[in-house]
Design a protein around this ligand. Structure first.
Ligand code: CTP
Length: 472
């Protein structure tokens, strides 16, 4: 099969001429070829494989490019990278790899094109297109990768046990590609993932999470999350999720399977493409507290009282263990989970404005995402119920909108500052300032005074007096 159309751009001709000049056969390989054949015309990073030294080829290529591109050389790996028209181009010499049992780091030797294709993870990633004069554009497909692409199958070039055991990150990659491309992992290959699952322990958390995040960011993350569960990898990476699995029944009372419910919530939240990775993490972890709060209450049924608090308290440890970022993203996930149940308690005409103001005050800018979670959390199959629950949330959102328009509580800043209090009463920093500020805040949230300077000022004077302070 000739694929000249895949490599008609100038850069391919430059690489071809450079490769001829230094007498090193060269090929485009990996993700670019795969995505081109899948019809994805993504302007993606290019991997150039050369039978010889990658660094030498990169240097030769750079001679044909103006202005002089900066070459990044990775001596240890014998690879080089340069950027051309905003596209990263990586040059790697063909190699043969062997592995130690306890490490993902291979022992590398020079190898042929076939050796190099052998060491790759999947047949669809081992496809190469020749950049050589004698067969320019020819697809080199020793393992039937093209057929696997057509049949949507993920298969390893070598025995799957070798491929996965050599580099266990590939188990995550298999599930990630299966999720992103909606491919099936070939049966023997999946069994081999199950068998080798514990080998994931030699992979760094950062690499695992990199793949995990790609699964979460895909169109339907549940596909990958379910495969992670079935392979046994999820129990190693995120046991908190697996513990949600199962349905208990007692005296005719049943609760839903919180694991499958969670997968559905994650899919629901992912229907909006632009929903962030961190909102997806919120959806993924929003119910993890249920395992520890599950109780059977006679005549009432199953209860998960305060699961959102217990769950949110679990977040820092999970983020630390998985080497997820500790700062604002962690706080965001924790905060939304902590307040995840509150909107439900505010539904109905009897809810006081003050309760809504308190939520607005606590959640601030994350209100929209919290409400998105509440809608995604509706997973009942009963259409009538589903519509009713959704309508309730929309009504609540409308009420919140109107209240916020009037009272401006979201991102609330006290109309009087600590300095105002100190200047009014001529006092130095002390506990009383905090007491007055809290009193003013609570009075505004309770709706006892309006949210403006005058009302706050008079209340401050009153409270100050009560505390024995005198206006100077
Ligand atoms: N590869 C591999 N084993 C890995 C990682 C990568 O065999 N653990 C090989 C595959 O042939 C892959 C190529 O290296 O196609 C390039 O890897 P990478 O850039 O990480 O992935 P892509 O396949 O290009 O796909 P994506 O950009 O979606 O990650």
């Amino acid at each position: 099969m000739n694929l000249s159309s895949a490599i008609h751009r100038k850069i391919f001709h430059i690489v071809s001429i450079s490769a001829q000049k230094i007498k090193q056969d060269s090929y485009v390989i990996g993700g670019y070829v795969r995505d081109y054949l899948l019809g994805k015309i993504k302007f993606k990073d290019l991997d150039i494989l050369t039978i010889g030294e990658g660094i030498r080829l990169a240097k030769e290529v750079s001679k044909y490019i103006t202005p002089d591109p900066k070459i990044r050389i990775f001596k240890r790996f014998g690879t080089a990278m340069l950027e051309y028209e905003n596209q990263k181009i990586e040059f790697v010499g063909s190699r043969k790899e062997s592995y130690h049992f306890y490490s993902r780091k291979p022992i590398i030797e020079f190898g042929s094109l076939k050796d190099d294709q052998n060491r790759r993870d999947f047949t669809i990633n081992a496809l190469a297109i020749s950049l050589n004069r004698n067969n320019y554009g020819e697809l080199i497909d020793p393992f039937g990768g093209l057929l696997d692409l057509k049949q949507k199958i993920l298969r390893t070039p070598l025995d799957a046990n070798i491929t996965y055991s050599d580099d266990p990150l590939r188990m995550m990659r298999a599930i990630r590609f299966a999720t992103q491309l909606k491919f099936v992992i070939e049966k023997y290959s999946f069994q081999s993932i199950k068998k080798n699952k514990n080998r994931i322990n030699i992979v760094s958390s950062e690499r695992i999470i990199d793949e995990f995040n790609k699964i979460l960011l895909s169109e339907k993350p549940s596909l990958g999350l379910f495969l992670l569960y079935k392979s046994g990898l999820l129990s190693i990476i995120l046991p908190e999720l697996v513990l949600l699995k199962g349905i208990k029944e007692k005296n005719g009372y049943k609760h839903k399977d919180n694991f499958y419910h969670t997968l559905q919530v994650v899919d629901n939240i992912s229907k909006e493409k632009n929903n962030s990775l961190w909102l997806r993490w919120v959806a993924l972890l929003h119910d993890i507290g249920k395992t520890h709060t599950k109780k059977f209450l006679p005549k009432i049924g199953w209860s998960f009282h305060a699961h959102e608090l217990v769950g949110s308290n679990m977040i820092p440890n999970i983020f630390q263990r998985l080497k997820l970022p500790k700062g604002s993203y962690m706080r965001y996930v924790k905060k939304i989970i902590q307040h995840s149940y509150r909107p439900i308690t505010l539904i109905g005409n009897h809810t006081k404005d003050s309760a809504i103001r308190r939520l607005l005050f606590d959640i601030g800018d994350d209100l929209e995402d919290l409400m998105k979670l509440c809608i995604a959390d509706i997973t009942t199959n009963n259409i009538e119920k589903k519509n009713k629950y959704k309508k309730n949330i929309y009504l609540l959102m409308e009420r919140i909108r109107k209240l916020e328009e009037r009272d401006r509580i979201q991102n609330w800043k006290s109309p009087i500052s600590g300095n105002d209090i100190m200047n009014t009463f001529h006092i130095n920093p002390c506990k009383k300032i905090g007491i007055i500020k809290d009193f003013v805040k609570d009075s505004i949230l309770e709706g006892k005074i309006s949210n403006d300077f005058h009302s706050a000022y008079f209340l401050m004077l009153k409270k100050g007096e009560e505390l024995g302070l005198k206006k100077k």
